[in-house]
Design a protein around this ligand. Structure first.
Ligand code: IDP
Length: 149
């Protein structure tokens, strides 16, 4: 049995608006040997954004983040690969764009991030959050169907 793992990846609205960035990021994803198991382009609604970022409620950046994430279409993806959660976070780079640009300039956030809010991508940070996040955006998706992908 393979050790394939699923993670939720989001390409944030400023990336989806820019066809050049979007196709470059998708090439990077495929070249890093992730499989895109499911992909949806949609504008996240307020209820989904609040469920998704609930742990950050009350922080100084929360309103700005929710406003941005609901401002236009995102691309939501279920990615699979061995050790997908950690590998995707590694490919994304640090949360803060100034750190990404200095410490990991080749990372997705280093290349495509514009600010801490508009840091290009999201990735689940644990198997528990991957399951919860996939359930928010892909309620129709049955995780067990790709366990042995
Ligand atoms: P992560 O996306 O790397 O997992 P989290 O700490 O879970 O990082 O934060 C969620 C999102 O909140 C980040 O991707 C980023 O867009 C935003 N964020 C986090 N910290 C800050 C900040 O200090 N200023 C502005 N936005 C932030």
């Amino acid at each position: 049995m393979s050790g394939a793992q699923q993670t939720l990846a989001i390409l944030k609205p400023h990336v989806v608006k820019n066809p050049f960035s979007l196709s470059r990021i998708k090439n990077i994803i495929l070249n890093a040997n992730f499989k895109i198991v499911h992909l949806k382009r949609k504008t996240i609604d307020l209820r989904e954004a609040e469920a998704f970022y609930g742990e950050h409620k009350g922080k100084f950046f929360y309103n700005r983040l929710v406003t941005f994430m609901t401002s236009g279409p995102c691309e939501l993806m279920i990615l699979t690969k061995e050790n997908a959660i950690q590998e995707w976070r590694q490919l994304m780079g640090p949360t803060k764009v100034f750190r990404a640009q200095f410490e990991a300039p080749d990372s997705l956030r280093g290349q495509f991030g514009l600010s801490d809010t508009r840091n290009a991508t999201h990735g689940s940070d644990s198997p528990e959050s991957a399951m919860k996040e996939i359930e928010i955006f892909f309620p129709e998706f049955r995780l067990e169907t790709v366990i042995n992908f």
